[in-house]
Design a protein around this ligand. Structure first.
Ligand SMILES: NC(=O)C1=CN([C@@H]2O[C@H](COP(=O)(O)OP(=O)(O)OC[C@H]3O[C@@H](n4cnc5c(N)ncnc54)[C@H](OP(=O)(O)O)[C@@H]3O)[C@@H](O)[C@H]2O)C=CC1
Ligand SMILES: CC(=O)N[C@@H](CCC(=O)OP(=O)(O)O)C(=O)O
Length: 315
């Protein structure tokens, strides 16, 4: 297969940096541009040990991104910034695939919502792909296999490392304020509550927190069941749903976030049953920068450009 070209807008950020690492190891992708205002003119190889080559960061505006005419553009910008780039690429016509890491198009019917393990069959060759949120990925995987068994809205308690808050300074990525701390925020109505509810087709209640570790998140979900169930039946549901999925591991014990940091897969397990069999608690962990962002984007780019979905993703 011919080499395809890819460009990353927002390449200085946490998720952009992880994507550069994946693209550098991809046998069929060539990095055509990396855009950052702050690092404009600097050599990429000086910032990414994975990349060997002479490419420099550029400060590309939407018109310049569109004019590059690459096969795929990944937008790794803060929320609310994608539209001018999408409009410019649309206007240029052509075949460029866009994968947007932000929340900007996750509710747009015209865009494919790229959580492959749950919605692979819904892809109709769309070239506009919204990449799911990190928490929303863990929440949906924790609920989807048993959603027909539920008696009440699932309740998910989330704890994320502070890389989830990006690089723009805020309380939620301030190591001093996070030291010896756990910071609750957006306890109702978080964007990922709406996102998971919409794509699962049932209301989910989600309570996020940010913790002093850098990367990786845990979502603990309480599920009330309409009829009493046995643990083995619940476990079998998850195993059957994900048995062919290399990036979703169904594990027996409740997983630990420290085991999934810097790894590309999601662990889901625990399956703690109440004595009456009417309540089960499921725990999911993933690296918010990888399966929660860059790895999932790589899966989506691979599919849209005709590569095997797992190309360049270390298993
Ligand atoms: N961090 C995470 O765990 C996850 C993040 N996401 C989403 O992915 C996106 C990127 O997140 P993350 O990498 O953490 O963010 P960062 O804050 O780490 O990086 C943002 C990037 O965007 C650039 N940027 C910022 N503002 C603008 C602007 N106005 N115009 C053009 N470029 C701009 C920055 O570079 P420069 O200032 O140099 O131009 C930087 O490269 C976000 O939408 C986030 O919600 C999704 C899942 C998980
Ligand atoms: C700790 C922290 O702030 N986490 C971010 C993680 C979500 C994220 O990055 O997702 P989006 O792509 O939907 O913005 C948050 O809760 O908004």
């Amino acid at each position: 297969m011919d080499t395809k070209t890819i460009g990353i807008v927002g390449a200085r950020g946490h998720t952009g940096a992880e994507l550069i690492r994946l693209v550098a190891a991809h046998p069929g992708l060539e990095l055509a541009f990396v855009s950052s205002r702050e690092l404009d003119g600097q050599r990429l190889a000086d910032h990414s040990e994975a990349y060997r080559g002479e490419l420099r960061y550029g400060n590309l505006d939407p018109a310049a991104v569109a004019a590059a005419g690459v096969d795929a553009v990944v937008l790794a910008l803060p929320n609310g910034k994608a539209a001018p780039y999408v409009e410019a690429i649309d206007k240029a016509g052509g075949k460029t695939v866009i994968v947007d890491l932000s929340a900007d198009y996750r509710f747009d019917e015209r865009w494919y919502y790229g959580l492959p393990e749950l919605y692979r069959d819904r892809w109709r060759g769309e070239k506009r792909i919204s990449n799911p949120g990190c928490y929303a990925t863990a929440v949906q995987v924790s609920i989807a296999p048993v959603k027909d068994l539920l008696a009440a809205p699932p309740v998910s308690f989330g704890v994320s490392g502070y890389s989830g808050a990006g690089t723009t300074p805020s309380d939620r990525n301030d190591p001093d304020k996070l030291r010896d701390n756990l910071m609750p925020y957006s306890l109702t109505g978080h964007m990922h509550e709406k996102e998971a509810s919409r794509h699962l087709g049932l209301p989910v209640e989600f309570m996020p927190h940010v913790a002093p570790h850098f990367r990786g998140l845990t979502v603990t979900t309480n599920l009330y069941l309409a009829k009493p169930a046995k643990r083995e039946d619940i476990v079998r549901r998850f195993e059957a749903r994900f048995e062919k999925e290399a990036l979703i591991h169904v594990v027996d014990e409740a997983p630990w976030v420290s085991h999934v940091a810097n790894r590309h897969h999601l662990d889901v397990g625990g399956f703690a049953m109440s004595a009456d069999g009417r309540r089960v608690v499921v725990v999911a962990t993933l690296d918010n920068l990888l399966k929660g962002a860059a790895t999932q984007a790589m899966q989506n780019v691979n599919r849209a450009l005709g590569f095997d979905e797992l190309t360049a993703i270390p298993l």
